[in-house]
Design a protein around this ligand. Structure first.
Ligand SMILES: *Cc1c(COP(=O)(O)O)cnc(C)c1O
Length: 455
């Protein structure tokens, strides 16, 4: 090793005091959310029936660049932040690459992922508004876990609709949430109109994220004192996650290093949007240039094979419509897909940046993702979440290109979490039983045919 540190930690007093909103520096802004009943842009009043007031203001604001982080949230952040920026010396050596590889590790908290950064903010604003509780959905369970922790801290009730197949496959994830005081209901349930309808139409269904979202929204709007919160996709979530990029940029400045390529996995886009935010801001203002790469699963390829169109975010079609790269609201990845990142759509902000060619995207097959995960675990020691391993795969691919060209690029990627609850997926990989099913063009066309006809 040379004399540069393996880990760069910031001091607590270097924890950012504001979040950064990329949209303020975009000349062409992301398209507005539309009210599904009227087809017109959502007003604050429309959204406040579903979401907390302060979060609605963050959602709709595309001109304010900086939002001060309230002290209560910064105090909570101190329990697990600033997170380390790590130089992947052992990975570089194993790859024989001249590239310098860094990763920002967000798995250093019990919920195991970056999702806590936004969960604590959303729980804080709900409490500040005097609400009793919040409702949400969770797929793999990281968001539900993060939100349960945050709600326990602020004394809020937390109702989680967990996609039924995960509820059954990940009993320990469920128990973590219950330990923090959340109630966890398998979705589709018989507790909501939309759940009963979906169960009647598709008996025995093991659920989907889109369906769990509809159930959580219905529960929020029919219970006084409750609002719905979402762990990805929305602008407010990208705003809270900007803490990742802001810390990373400060750490790089201390090291005197500038990254050339910034890589993140993309499910709904929140960790990637947060990691790239301040760097994208520099690019948008013409101050610096970077390459940004979104890495998504080939079995749920929203950016690389999706359409840029208005679409529903949920199966029940009760949420606002968002203009985004989408595979269609009814798209469900193949049952063999084990790598997470299974939402059919994408953040509207990242979608617009991608459409303006300010960002690139690649898709990777899940067997390649788990190969990268295993290689990373064996070299850098951390057992990565399958989602995060998409970014590892992306970084390894770029580092191998550097080996071939002899260029010593500096690569930063987001290591969003740990994979302890994903051992069934690792088991399938270790047993050689993991397969790669990619949707056919016909599968996608069927799904695109149901896109709402707007604009
Ligand atoms: C939820 C999750 C993701 C994907 O969500 P984004 O909103 O796209 O960031 C990635 N990694 C981990 C560990 C997650 O829990």
């Amino acid at each position: 090793m040379n004399n540069e540190p393996y880990k760069t930690y910031l001091n607590e007093n270097e924890l950012p005091t504001s979040w950064y909103n990329m949209r303020a520096d975009m000349k062409r802004k992301p398209a507005p959310l539309l009210n599904p009943a009227t087809g017109k842009p959502c007003t604050a009043e429309d959204l406040e029936k579903v979401f907390c007031g302060d979060l609605v203001r963050q959602e709709l604001d595309d001109t304010t660049a900086e939002f001060a982080i309230p002290d209560e949230i910064r105090d909570f952040y101190r329990m697990f932040r600033p997170s380390p920026l790590i130089r992947a010396y052992f990975l570089e050596k194993a790859l024989g690459t001249p590239a310098k590889i860094y990763y920002k590790f967000e798995g250093n908290n019990t919920s195991g992922s970056h999702k806590l950064n936004s969960a604590v903010a959303q729980a804080y604003y709900a409490k500040k508004q005097g609400l009793k509780g919040v409702t949400t959905e969770t797929g793999a369970g990281q968001w539900g876990t993060a939100l349960s922790m945050a709600c326990a801290f602020f004394g809020l009730d937390c109702k989680v609709f967990m996609v039924k197949c995960s509820y059954e496959q990940k009993p320990f994830r469920r128990e973590v949430m219950r330990t923090y005081g959340a109630s966890v209901t398998p979705s589709p349930s018989m507790d909501t109109n939309v759940g009963r309808m979906i169960n009647a139409e598709h008996p025995g269904t093991t659920g989907s994220l889109g369906c769990a979202i509809s159930e959580a929204v219905e529960t929020a709007v029919t219970n006084p004192g409750y609002r719905y919160v979402l762990g990805s996709v929305l602008n407010q979530v990208l705003l809270h996650q900007s803490i990742i990029g802001l810390e990373a940029r400060t750490a790089f400045r201390k090291l005197g290093v500038k990254p050339d390529i910034i890589i993140g996995c993309a499910g709904g886009g929140s960790n990637l949007g947060g990691l790239i935010a301040p760097f994208m801001g520099e690019k948008l203002r013409g101050e610096a240039d970077y390459r940004f790469i979104a890495v998504e699963p080939a079995s749920c390829p929203s950016f690389t094979r999706g359409k840029y169109a208005y679409d529903y975010c949920d199966t029940g079609r009760i949420c606002p419509l968002s203009k985004m790269y989408t595979l269609g609201a009814d798209f469900i990845p193949s049952a063999s897909h084990a790598g997470g990142l299974r939402f059919h759509g994408m953040s509207s902000t990242l979608s617009e940046l991608y459409d303006q060619k300010l960002m690139e995207a690649v898709s990777v097959k899940q067997t390649e993702v788990f190969e990268a995960a295993q290689f990373f675990a064996r070299t850098e020691g951390i057992l990565p979440a399958p989602e995060s391993s998409h970014a590892i795969r992306g970084a390894i691919n770029e580092a191998v290109k550097c080996r071939e060209s002899g260029e010593a690029k500096t690569i930063l990627f987001g290591l969003t979490g740990t994979g302890y609850f994903d051992m069934t997926a690792y088991q399938a990989f270790n047993d050689g039983k993991m397969s790669d099913y990619l949707p056919t063009d016909e599968d996608l066309e069927r799904s695109f045919a149901k896109l709402p006809k707007i604009g």
